[in-house]
Design a protein around this ligand. Structure first.
Ligand SMILES: Cc1ncc(COP(=O)(O)O)c(C=O)c1O
Length: 373
């Protein structure tokens, strides 16, 4: 490699470490029964409507992607127009190969000239990763009692600031910032700074103070983007599709960073079908709400501290043991959780809300591990 000219930006980028796959845990520990509570996936699986749509579209797998991209964008416009009374069209939406791909497009489009991005630690690691990849400087401000610290972000804005990432609800803390906080914050953001609302987990929120960030797009603010995906509540994490919602002008510009045919028609038809399956969405919401309470109760009985969550995961803090050791011990008992080192929080563990029997297995394993000194 010493003869090659390498991109110095890439050399600053750590490799993203994803949640451990079930098969890997099975192989490493000789286990058959493994529950995965490490990646915030939908415990109910995909919607049957999505599976059927995917399968039906496979017969055209030999063709390049066709109209499915436009169909899904039209469907999203109809969905928001019906539920929020917006006047969106397909041109307000851009599809990506998961939200990770959308975040990459944003970084490519706006963080190319050595500018700065701002976000709050701990949060989703792709914000600093993509910022560095395209040569920008990511600026992290500390959280405020596990909540995104909007005041500190506004204070950190300089003339070099290009993009602000707001993860709402925040991964990995599970907390939200409210409508009033966002309103006060937006008054301090100049129109030259992009505000990205990453709402990957918005469908799990039941706090009535959750903001409607889409309003800012309705107000024709070009510098606001709302991101939502199909990996979480819609149960399609493996199919890789997510979208950005913005003004027509913003979306048209962002599309310059899109890779042609960035996702396939079976995936897009599956996503469109998932949008139709309200029963699946509601069943997931019900399960997560009930099981989150069950987890809280079990954790409290074990004397473990956690941050109350508005999402399908719970952050365990102030652990009585080293989080890495705890994660390994749980793994040996067939439970995958996520140590938070990669999220700039080396003293915490995140656990996804699973099905009842999965959560029971997690709590049982945790009890055993804590007992075995
Ligand atoms: C806050 C947040 N944003 C974006 C993503 C990326 O999601 P996707 O699977 O759509 O790429 C995740 C995935 O965990 C996430 O937690």
């Amino acid at each position: 490699m010493q003869n090659l000219k390498l991109n110095p930006n890439l050399l600053t980028v750590p490799t993203y470490i994803g949640g451990k796959p079930i098969e890997e845990a099975q192989e490493e520990y000789g286990l058959t029964d493994v529950v995965k509570l490490g990646s915030n996936e939908n415990p109910l699986g995909p919607s049957p409507l999505a599976i059927a749509a995917f399968q039906a579209a496979l017969k055209d797998a030999h063709r390049y992607p066709g109209v499915a991209d436009r169909r899904l964008r039209q469907k999203l416009a109809t969905y928001y127009n019906a539920s929020l009374g917006t006047g969106f069209t397909e041109q307000n939406f851009l599809l990506g190969n998961g939200l990770g791909d959308i975040l990459r497009m944003i970084a490519h489009a706006f963080l190319f000239d050595g500018g700065e991005s701002i976000y709050c630690n701990p949060t989703f690691p792709l914000y600093p990763i993509f910022s560095k990849m395209f040569g920008a400087t990511p600026i992290a401000v500390p959280h405020d009692n596990f909540r995104y610290n909007l005041r500190a972000i506004a204070d950190a804005i300089t003339e070099r600031t290009r993009v602000i990432f707001i993860c709402n609800p925040n991964n990995p803390t599970g907390t939200i910032v409210t409508r009033a906080e966002i309103a006060a914050f937006m008054l301090r953001v100049p129109p030259s700074v992009i505000v990205v609302f990453d709402e990957s987990y918005c469908h799990f929120v039941d706090d009535p103070n959750f903001p409607n960030a889409i309003e800012y797009v309705q107000e024709a603010r070009d510098h606001v983007l709302v991101l939502r995906g199909f990996s979480k509540i819609y149960g399609l994490a493996n199919l890789r599709v997510g979208y950005a919602l913005g003004t027509r002008a913003m979306i048209e510009y962002l599309a310059h960073a899109q890779i042609v045919f960035n996702t396939g028609d079976p995936i897009l038809y599956a996503a469109a079908a998932a949008l139709d399956d309200d029963a699946h969405l509601q069943a997931t919401q019900r399960l997560v709400r009930t099981e989150r309470e069950f987890l809280y109760q079990g954790l409290t009985e074990l004397d473990l501290s956690f941050v109350p969550s508005q999402t399908n995961f719970v952050l365990l803090i102030n652990l009585p043991r080293d989080p890495q050791a705890l994660t390994q011990a749980l793994l040996r008992r067939g439970v995958i959780v996520r140590p938070m080192g990669g999220f700039a929080m080396s003293d915490a563990i995140r656990v996804t809300v699973g099905r009842h029997e999965e959560n029971e297995k997690f709590l049982r394993a945790m009890r055993e591990v804590l007992k075995a000194k």
